[in-house]
Every structure is written in structure tokens, then in C-alpha cells.
Design a protein around this ligand. Structure first.
Ligand code: BTN
Length: 346
């Protein structure tokens, strides 16, 4: 079912949202990808009159589904539209927690803001909020996140880990690892992690993570993990000041990304890494994190004790902290902004 909030309109303007019967017909057709299904069979299976079945099929086509017809008028699933429908993301999704409860909107201010509202209303762990576009997408450190319609993947997850607030920054690193790992499944994308939570390709930013928490002094109430992926942006989709700093999966791989497939895979990796983090911390995750890192061995600049400090990033320890060497002494950074002083792009 497609969820919509009153203030958010859904663009493929339909009198109603996609209905359960349309989804059921679609799922049935998809379960028989190589064979045509007789309309009579659909009517019997779903107890529909011919006219109701015809209307449901026409509405699916209206949403952008491609349905193929045999000379006899039997129907076969062809292709899905590039729309982040909840039923598309949950179809065949193999996770147990993440994305099982999923809301998708055409337009929101910020999915993180919606996620906070939903978390306060007791939506369960693993709830995902997605949007086709954000009008006030939030970045880290008070920045905004450029979120043009249908180009990116903008999603926020509600997590309820039993951790202390000081452990929460580790979740950003978990997200970055999962994003980079998903991206590396695609040919031509050399995703690296710029500690703690940016994902880059050749120094240009492909994705960012904004982790926010509601917490008491010693207990995390819930976490909102906001993930922004530049998926199918063309160069012209970025404002001029971002063009040399940001890139998209499409730009670097020279092919359009199936956002639904990408989201599913990301949720699978994220769940695997999240569960591992909850049970054993970074122990087994630190190796891939180190190997994906674009900062280790580099000279970096960061704010410390109110001043700007330059040091060399020498390690990411088994707590996820960045170990920096300054004048022969080491310092461990927990979170915050670093910039590479060589070959750095924001
Ligand atoms: C950053 O690199 O500054 C973090 C960017 C995080 C952007 C995502 S998009 C989905 C979610 N909703 C938001 O408003 N922000 C995050």
C-alpha cells in the first residue's frame, strides 16, 4: 500500500493510491514471470468481475507497469516503473527487521523529520521512511542535502538499539560500510569510506549519512539513521558549487541504477552489519572498514580543542575511532568533521 500524508501529494496523479488488489495481481503475475496468465484465472483467483479486473490492470499500467499481452489477451508481467513503491521494495526482500515496515512518500521536507515523528509514535525498530524528493533535506553540521526528485535514494531508518549514546556514532560507520559494500557490487564504482560517514568515488561524494538520536544520559531511546545516495543524478542535477565535489552512481558507472534493487541490497547488508555491531561491536567489521577507507595514511585536518589541527590518520580502531598521529603522539577521534589536506574533496 502506498502511504501518503495529507500535505504530500503523490505525482502519478491517481484518484486513489495503488490498491491491495492491484498489488496482489502484480505479485501473482510476477510469480509466473515466463508464462501468460488468463484474465479468467485472475478473476477466479481474486474473486473479481471482469470489469474490476480490467480496471485493476489498467490502473497498474497507469502507474507505469508494463504488462505484456498474448494474442489471446492473456497477461504477463513486463517491467516495473522507476517509483519507490513500498510493495516494490518489500517484494522478495530477505531482511527480517529492516524495511519490513516501510513508508514511501512523493515529497517530504526531510525523511529524518518524519522518522522522528514516527519513532515518537512507537513505530517499530527497522521502520524505513523513503521519499522521491525532499524539499528540506538535512545534511550534517546544519548543511542541507540536495534531494532532486526521482534521482536519489533518500531514506531514514528507525532503530532501537540497546546501546549507550557514546556508542551511537558507530552506527554511522556501519551505514557507510553497508553503502560502500552495496556500491561495490556495481561495476566501475570504487566506493570508499571517508571516516566516519561519507562515501566517495575518486574524492567525489556519492552518499552521506546523518545519524540522529533521542537519548537519556545513559540510554538511547531511538536512533534515526538518515541515508542520502546520489543515484541517478546527471551532472546538471547538481548545483554548480557541488559539481566537482559530488557525483552519482550513474555518473561514475555510466549506467542508470535500479533504485529499488539498490535499496533492497543496501537493507540486506545494513541488517547484517547492524546485527553484527549489536552482538560483537566492530570486531569483525573493522577489517572491511579499514580496507574501504580513503583516509588511512593521509594527512587530515580537524577541529580539536577549539583549534584547527593537522595530523596523519593511521588507523581505525576496534571501537570505530579514527586514530591520528600528531607530532609523534596519537589521538583517537570519535566523530566530527575531518578534511583531507591532500587531494581532498568535501
Ligand atoms: C551528510 O553527508 O551531510 C549527510 C546527508 C544525509 C542526507 C539524508 S537524505 C535522507 C535523510 N533525510 C534527511 O533530511 N537527511 C538524510
Amino acid at each position: 500500500m502506498l502511504h501518503s500524508l495529507v500535505e504530500f501529494s503523490y505525482t502519478p496523479t491517481m484518484s486513489e493510491d495503488i490498491t491491495q488488489i492491484q498489488i496482489d495481481i502484480l505479485d501473482h503475475l510476477r510469480k509466473h514471470p515466463r508464462s501468460y496468465v488468463a484474465k479468467k484465472k485472475l478473476c477466479e483467483k481474486f474473486e473479481l468481475t471482469t470489469s474490476k479486473a480490467d480496471r485493476a490492470i489498467a490502473e497498474l499500467e497507469n502507474w507505469g507497469y508494463q504488462l505484456l499481452r498474448s494474442p489471446q489477451g492473456d497477461i504477463r508481467y513486463g517491467a516495473s516503473p522507476d517509483v519507490l513503491f513500498p510493495h516494490e521494495i518489500t517484494f522478495g526482500l530477505t531482511t527480517k527487521i529492516l524495511g519490513i515496515n516501510l513508508y514511501s512518500f512523493d515529497r517530504v521536507g526531510s525523511t529524518n523529520v518524519i522518522a522522528h515523528k514516527y519513532a515518537e509514535k512507537d513505530e517499530p525498530e527497522g521502520t524505513v521512511i523513503m521519499a522521491e524528493r525532499q524539499t528540506a533535506g538535512k545534511g550534517r553540521l546544519g548543511r542541507s542535502w540536495h534531494s532532486p526528485a526521482k534521482r536519489g535514494i533518500y531514506m531514514s531508518l528507525i532503530l532501537r538499539p540497546q546501546i549507550t549514546p557514546s556508542q551511537a556514532p558507530g552506527l554511522s560507520l556501519i551505514a557507510a560500510l553497508s553503502i560502500a559494500k552495496t556500491m561495490r557490487e556495481y561495476p566501475g564504482i570504487k566506493a570508499t569510506i571517508k571516516w566516519p560517514n561519507d562515501v566517495l568515488h575518486d574524492g567525489r561524494k556519492l552518499a552521506g549519512v546523518l545519524t540522529e538520536l533521542a537519548a537519556e544520559i545513559d540510554r538511547v531511546k531511538y536512533v534515526v539513521m538518515g541515508i542520502g545516495i546520489n543515484a541517478n543524478h546527471d551532472e546538471s542535477d547538481f548545483p554548480p558549487d557541488l559539481r566537482d565535489k559530488a557525483a552519482s552512481l550513474k555518473i561514475v558507472s555510466h549506467s542508470t541504477i535500479d533504485r529499488i534493487k539498490f535499496t533492497k541490497l543496501l537493507l540486506v547488508f545494513l541488517e547484517e552489519h547492524y546485527q553484527e555491531f549489536l552482538s560483537r561491536g566492530f570486531k569483525r567489521l573493522i577489517k572491511p572498514i579499514r580496507s574501504y577507507s580513503s583516509v588511512l595514511g593521509k594527512s587530515i585536518n580537524f577541529r580539536h580543542d577549539g583549534g584547527s589541527v593537522t595530523g596523519k590518520a593511521i588507523d581505525i580502531d576496534d571501537k570505530g575511532l579514527l586514530v591520528v598521529e600528531i607530532d609523534g603522539k596519537t589521538l583517537s577521534l570519535g566523530s566530527g568533521e575531518i578534511s583531507l589536506t591532500e587531494n581532498y574533496q568535501a
